[in-house]
Design a protein. Sequence first.
Length: 420
Amino acid sequence: MALAQALVAKPDVLLLDEPTNHLDLDSIAWLEELLVNFNGSIITITHDRAFLDQVATVIVELDRGKLRPYPGNFAQYLIQKEEQMAQEAVIFAKADKLLAQEEVWIRKGVEARRTRSVARIGRLEALRENRAARRDAVGRVNLDVSSGDKSGKIVAELTDVSKSFGHPGAEKIIVNRFSATLLRGDKVGLLGPNGAGKSTLLKLILGELQPDVTTPTGKIRQGANLQVAYFDQMRDALDLDATLEDFISPGSEWVEINGQKKHVKSYLTDFLFSPERARSPVRSLSGGERNRLLLARLFARPANVLVLDEPTNDLDIDTLELLEDLLQNYEGTVFLVSHDRRFLDNVVTSTIAYEGTPENPGFWREYEGGVTDWITQSKRAAQITGSSAKTPAAASSAKNTNKNTPQPNKDGQEPLSKRN
């Protein structure tokens, strides 16, 4: 609705703040196509890397108090940023070495003072000022997760499971005869339009809902010793009046991560909350900070099954990449509900996708790999069956397959960053 309200006025400049949050894949694909064909200028704040690759022609980064433009999309920004950081490291190392030498010189004995150069002293003062003015890169979140005891090898086994809601004859079918075997260590992504029933399917898998008894063969077998921790996209778990440290560890100054005790203030520092803020109320935090706090609490609970519902909303890209790395190396099982295509591709080992139709409601299918693999395999399956139908997300992805390669500007030239 907010997007519709912004677009109906046919603006010359469109300002979008995290426009892909809470949008499903088909809606994101629709939005990308709309923005690519938009005649005006667009300024968007987003941490959706795949979205930036499709839409952006210039990346402007707020880096240590300065705005820096990078021509091209996100993939091109990464290349330029790496080159810039390498050059910056060399320049800073030389400046620090020279400053150290000059500090030794200025502290020499009384005999040497008579021969000091006024120009050299001036240069030393300039070096000191430059070093003091230099802003180092901001800290990065230090993610670690308490993995708990091992679960059984089988986390859940579903056979012909169905689930519907409503009165007989007018019921809404959410899941229809779904079968799957989920093993310890699997990283499972759930894809589907908003309202398709991803949360319902998750509750069935974890034993929080019982399947319909209308299918005689339908049954679910949960594995042994499951310790489940949830990350909720609606943030219902947030107590806005609690302090940060009480929210993380109620009634105790310590948290235990993988058998090691850590003071709650030190643990909060790992998530970029200073010790001074530990007594601040949760309501004082921004959206991204609240997400980080929820992750901190999630990872402080021993669990061998993580259920993450839209965990990437409002997270900065550095934290996204660290979260990806943690989940890739996590020994337990992960269920991930997300519309962040890059995040899913980098984390999940299999995907359960909703492919229901009016003729076949509640149909879910499991695929190996992430979003890209799902699109490839579903297109191949459609070709085999002779069907030309495909989801808008698949259509958009197919159309934009080459978007990561440098594109010509309106005058036919390549972007400046890619010439020569």
